[in-house]
Structure formats: C-alpha cells, structure tokens
Write a protein that binds this ligand. Structure first.
Ligand code: NDP
Length: 488
C-alpha cells in the first residue's frame, strides 16, 4: 500500500502534464504523477526528479493511494474520449469529497455533462481552462477553474502557487460552477484568434501595401509594443518577423506556408456565439480567415481563373514613396489595430455575459480580465483597462460604452476608416478590421435596415413586425388589399 503523501496529482505526462507537474513540484507541492505508459513517468523523474517532490506511480491505484485527502487529481490527457475514460477510471478509485480536475481543452458542454455525472457520485469535478501552452504550464499559466466553491477551497491555494503573476497577483480565480472555466477559456481563445488576425492584417498592409521588408515591419511591432498595444502577441510578432531562416537565409516569414491551422476552440467560440445570438464578428471573421487560408485548392483555382483585382503596391505607391505619408499610414494601421482589438474584446465579453445569463454563472468580468494579464497568450497591458472598466461599478452593456474605451475608439476611428478604405481600394483583405468597424457603426446607428428585413419577412412568411408608433404585433395582407391586421 502506497503512503498518502502527495497533496496533488497529475495524470498524463505529455508536454502539458509534465510541465504542470514540474511547476507544482517547484513550488513546494508533493506531486503524484501517473502516465498510461510508464516510460513518460520515468523520463520526467529521470530528467527533472530533482526539481521537487514527486511520487511516481506505475498504476492508477497506486497514484490514487499516494494522494492525501481530499484527493485532488489533475487530468492532462488527450482531449475527448481518453479524458472521459480517465475521469471514469479515477472516479472508480476515488471517494466522496475527492476532486477530479480536467485541465485539458474541453468543450464547456462536455464539462457541464461530466460535472453532473461526477457530482452524482459524490465527487467534485472541476473543468479548468489553462492558457500559456507548454511554457506557461511550466513557468506560470493563466488558469480558469470552474466547479464548486468547496473544490476551490482545496484547489485554489495549490493553483495560486503555480499561476503566472501579474502585478503581484496570481493569474487564477474561481470562475464559476461546472463549465464556467472552460467556457471562459474558450472565449479567451476566440479573442486570441481575433487578436492574431488583426496583427496579421496590419502586417499585410505594411508588407503588400507599403512594400516593407519583414525586418522593417518587425521594428514597427517592436515600437508598438512600447505603447497601448503592449502585449505578448505583438512582442512575438516582432520576434517572428525578425527571424531569418537558417537554411535559405531568407526571412522566416517567407518560407512558411500561408495556411493557418486551428484546433477548434475558435470555432467553438463562434458556434456558441451563434447559439447565444451574440455577434462576435471579429472572432468569426478570424476563424473564417484561417479557413480561407487553409483552402489551397480553392485559392489555386482562383489564381488559375485569374480572379482580377487591384495590385496593392500600385494603388498604395503614393503612400509608400513619401516618408511622411508612409509614417502617417503606419500610425493609422496602429490605430485601426487598437480599435479592432477593443471591439474583439467587447464582443468576447458580451459572449461571456450572455453565457453567464444562459448557463447560470456569476462571472466577475474584472477578475477575468485580471487573470488574463499574465501567463496566457492574450496577455496585454490593455487588460488593466478592461479590469478598471469593470471595477468602476458602472453598468454597461458593452465595453465600448466605458468612457475609456469609448474615447479610445472615437479617437482611433478616423484612422481606422482610412485604413479600411485604403485596404479595400488596394485589394488587401482586412476581414477583422472591416467587420469590427461595421459592428461599431451598426451599434451606433439609430436606425438599422433591419426594418426592411422585417418587411420582407412579413411579406414572404407572415412573420409579423412591430411598429415604431405603437406597441403590438402586426401583419400586412400583402397578397390581398395590403391592409394591416393586429396579431397579438
Ligand atoms: P496530448 O493531447 O498530446 O495527449 C497525450 C497524453 O494523453 C499522453 O500522456 C498520453 O499517454 C495520454 N493519453 C492519450 N490517450 C490516452 C488514453 N486513452 N488513456 C490514458 N492516457 C491517454 O498532450 P498535451 O500535453 O499536448 O495536452 C494535454 C491536454 O492539455 C489536452 O487536452 C490539450 O488539449 C490540453 N492543452 C494543451 C495545450 C498545448 O499547448 N499543448 C495548451 C492547453 C491545453 P501515453 O503517453 O501513454 O500515450
């Protein structure tokens, strides 16, 4: 019988699990570790066993036996069926009050389902979003745990030991019950897609529009990283653009295929937003842009068929040739990036609010913004502003109504509009810049053409409409004498 001595355990010791275990051990936890194939456990202990206290287990029974109560086990195995299997296997060996944590990238509805099933067996189930990749897991991730308040009592102090720190605060907070943590992690990833796409659109405008070299564009991103746009993604963008391919001596960016991959969390964010009827246009366009990039046959056929359009550099040659105009355009792009980024966050926070209402979570938006300031991929100085907006106590339906962000977008909008016009004239795709601006304009429009859509719907499908001058539900007898009848 193994002596119970570990205050936490990790199951699954591939990239993420091994890094998380080491992080836990380095911060004073005694970490039970188990992997289906023992070789990974041996490698971890052989290479990093001296970093802290590990309790390696050859069987799951041994692993569970080595945990102190309430037994707390973090699952870091392949998402989907293997995770379901591991949850069941652990639940069979654990006892009421014990805590199973799924720290993989689970779909929040799976987490709601799993939590319900595990709760029925008297155990706690925590779906925990983890951002920061392998390096974050080792050096300090941003973590978004769901589950019960009771499980947070045990888990919170442990997670706080390993989370990233931002301005002296750990980047982890109890997000809410059942699937709340994975929901918030999903939206985080959606915002990440949008953030990456607007950076890519900015690059394209400088590269194809102004004809700048990757190294010159890298310098621009380095400079932007000193101001309002200071963020991990802008920083790594500069790093990627500075990089030279050793094999060819060419800029790295030029030897990489232009087909962006995805693992599905962006798609989930958009699918969920569609279900909730929340427009997340920036995130949606970012996911679609990856889809278009990854349709090589379609793009090849478009090239063969000679789909015509403007030549970017020919259209923007006046800007490119004149140093002052060029500088001014680059500043416009920076502002367009900033404004589009604000819209992406505003939309993401709206999705979280709607999700909270529908799924019964009390999400602390300010706290969520704070735990995204460190450890995760979208970490940025900007998140302090979001946190301040929510901490102000003002009620607002969109971040765009907060005085700081309202002014920031108003100040940026002339530049933003110029960029959208110039890019469109030059034939450079800017799906997120353009859709974010349209969203902004839609939001501020006193009257939308939706009235016409209501008219069309009533004509072809008798779907009825409301009137601006009186309450009630109306239908016009379009095929008859076009008189109006009340239907409520
Ligand atoms: P993988 O997703 O590559 O999964 C490999 C691990 O799962 C191995 O430990 C493997 O064990 C185990 N495994 C696979 N099938 C089974 C099974 N049927 N039963 C038991 N164990 C099984 O590992 P990662 O470390 O990349 O990711 C782990 C989780 O973290 C995933 O859910 C992933 O989505 C999530 N995640 C990953 C991030 C990343 O940047 N990689 C970031 C954030 C979350 P064995 O060695 O025996 O094959």
């Amino acid at each position: 019988m193994t002596e119970a001595q570990a205050n936490i355990g990790v199951v699954g010791l591939a990239a993420m699990g091994a890094s998380l275990s080491r992080n836990l051990a380095r911060h004073g936890n005694t970490v039970a570790v188990y992997n289906r194939h023992y070789s990974r456990t041996e490698t971890l202990i052989g290479e990093h066993g001296d970093e802290g206290k590990f309790v390696p287990a050859k069987t799951l029974q041994e692993f569970v036996g080595s945990l102190t109560r309430p037994r707390t086990a973090i699952i870091m195995v392949k998402a989907g069926e293997p995770t379901d299997q591991m949850i069941d296997d652990l639940a069979d060996l654990m006892e009421p009050g014990d805590i199973i944590v799924d720290a993989g990238n689970a779909y929040f509805k799976d987490t709601i389902r799993r939590e319900k099933a595990i709760r029925a067996r008297g155990l706690h189930f925590v779906g925990c979003g983890v951002s920061g990749g392998e390096e974050g897991a080792l050096l300090g991730p941003s973590m978004m745990p769901g589950g019960t308040d009771e499980s947070w009592q045990t888990l919170g102090p442990i997670l706080k030991t390993i989370a990233a720190q931002a301005e002296g605060e750990p980047c982890v907070t109890h997000i809410g019950s059942d699937g709340a943590g994975h929901f918030v992690k999903m939206v985080h990833n959606g915002i990440e897609y949008s953030d990456m796409q607007v950076i890519a659109e900015s690059y394209d405008l400088m590269r194809r529009g102004l004809g700048m070299e990757p190294g010159q564009i890298a310098d621009v991103f380095d400079e932007w990283n000193q101001g309002d746009l200071n963020s991990y993604l802008v920083q790594i963008t500069a790093e990627v653009l500075h990089h030279i391919d050793a094999a060819t001596g060419k800029p790295f960016i030029d030897i990489v295929t232009d087909q962006a991959g995805m693992k599905g969390t962006g798609t989930w964010t958009v699918q969920t937003a569609l279900d909730l009827a929340v427009p997340v246009t920036g995130i949606g366009e970012a996911v679609f842009a990856r889809g278009l990039s990854s349709s090589p046959e379609l793009r090849k056929e478009a090239e063969q068929k000679g789909l015509s359009g403007p030549e970017p550099q020919a259209i923007l040659s006046d800007l490119a040739a004149d140093p002052d105009q060029r500088k001014a355009f680059i500043e416009d792009v920076r502002q367009a990036l900033y404004a589009s980024k604000i819209v992406a966050y505003a939309q993401g926070f709206n999705e979280m609010q709607e999700g909270a209402d529908v799924y019964g979570w009390k999400l602390d938006m300010g706290a969520i913004a704070r735990i995204w300031r460190g450890g995760c991929i979208i970490r940025a100085k900007f998140l302090n502003r979001i946190s301040d907006a929510y901490a102000s106590g003002d009620e607002f339906g969109s971040l765009l109504f907060d005085p700081f962000f309202k002014k920031a977008v108003e100040d940026a909008q002339d530049a933003w509009r110029r960029v959208v016009v110039r890019a469109t004239q030059a034939g450079i795709p800017i799906p997120v810049f353009a859709s974010s601006l349209s969203y902004y304009d839609g939001l501020r429009s006193k009257r939308l053409p939706a009235a016409l859509i209501q008219g069309q719907r009533d004509l072809f499908g008798a779907h009825t409409y409301g009137r601006v001058d009186q309450p009630g539900v109306f239908h016009t007898l379009w095929a008859g004498d076009k008189s109006e009848i009340r239907q409520d």
